[in-house]
Design a protein around this ligand. Sequence first.
Ligand SMILES: Nc1ncnc2c1ncn2[C@@H]1O[C@H](COP(=O)(O)OP(=O)(O)OP(=O)(O)O)[C@@H](O)[C@H]1O
Length: 324
Amino acid sequence: MDQPSAADGQAPDVVIETRGLAKQYRGTLAVDGLDLQVPRGSVFGFLGPNGSGKTTTIRMLMGLIEPTSGSARVLGRPMPRSSRSVLPKVGALIEGPALYGFLSGQDNLIRYDAADPTADPRTRKARVGAALDRVGLTAAAGKKAKAYSLGMKQRLGLASALLQPRELLVLDEPTNGLDPQGMREIRALIRELADDGTTVFLSSHLLDEIEQVCTHAAVMARGRLITQGPVAELSAGTRGRLAVATPDPDEAVRVLAGHGVTDLVADPHSGEVTGELPADPPDLAELNAALVAAGVRVRGFGLRRASLEDAFVALTGEGFDVAG
Ligand SMILES: Nc1ncnc2c1ncn2[C@@H]1O[C@H](COP(=O)(O)OP(=O)(O)OP(=O)(O)O)[C@@H](O)[C@H]1O
C-alpha cells in the first residue's frame, strides 16, 4: 500500500526522497540520476544555474510529469502514483501564481478556496482572512490584484498555498523578479513558516539567497546533483580565501604571489586583495610579516569563510553562471 513504513526504507524524517530520478526530453537529459533527501523541518534550497534541471525536478516531485526512470517519494508516498493523497498536504507555487487581475486579493483567494472540494464553504471567509493575514496582505485585501506590486502578487500566491495547513511547501524561484524589498519580505515569510514547523523546499539560482534563508541545500549543475547537506557543511569542506585590506594592492599581490597564493584579485573599490592559499599553506603570521617587511601597509588580514559559491566552483570547476 501507499502508507509510509520502515519497510519502504524511507525514514519518516525525510519528506522528499528521490532515487536515480531522471527525465529525458528529446535531445536533453534534463535531470540525470538524482538522489535527493529533504529532511523534515528544513528550509531546503534547491540551487543551480538556469537550465540545470530544477523546475523539471519539481514538476516530477509534484506529479505533473512522469520521470523517464528512477523514483520519487513525497511525504513517504510514491509520486506521481499517490498525487491525490499527497498533494492536499503540499502547498506549491510553481512558475508564478495564476491570479485574476480584475479581482481583489481577497476574491482571488475565495476563488481558490472554492475550487478545493475539501474546503468547507462555511469557514471560507475565516480561512481566506487568516491566509491574507499570514502574508501581511490584510490591509490590501480589497485592492484589485492587478494593482499589486510583484512582491504582493507573490505573497498572494503564497497565501493561496497556505489556505490549508501544509506539511510541505514547494516554491519554484519564489523571489524571481522581485526588488530587494520584495525579496526580503518573501524570505522573512519563509523563515516564519519554517518556524511554524512547515518544511520549505525552494529552488533558486541565487547563491546568497540560499545562504541567507536555508538550513540545507542541494546543488545542481547540468541535470546532476553536485552535493547536498546542511548549508554550513557544504561550504565547510572548501577552503576560504585569504583577504588582505591594504592601500598598496599591487605590492601586496606581488608578495602574496611570491608565497604561492594564486587566483589573486585586487578590488580597487574595497581596497582588498583576495587569493587562494596553496594546498600546503604558509604560516599566516609569516605571510603577514612578509607583507609588512616588503612595505605593504596592512589594514586587515585574515581567512574569509568559504561561501557556497566557493564550494560550487571547487566542486564543478565552473563559475556559477546565473545569466538568463
Ligand atoms: N518541456 C521540455 N521540453 C524539452 N526540453 C526541456 C523541457 N523543459 C525543460 N527542458 C530542458 O531541460 C533542461 C532543464 O530545464 P529546467 O527548466 O528544469 O531547468 P531549471 O534549472 O529549472 O532552469 P530555469 O531556472 O531556467 O527554469 C534545459 O536544458 C531545458 O531547456
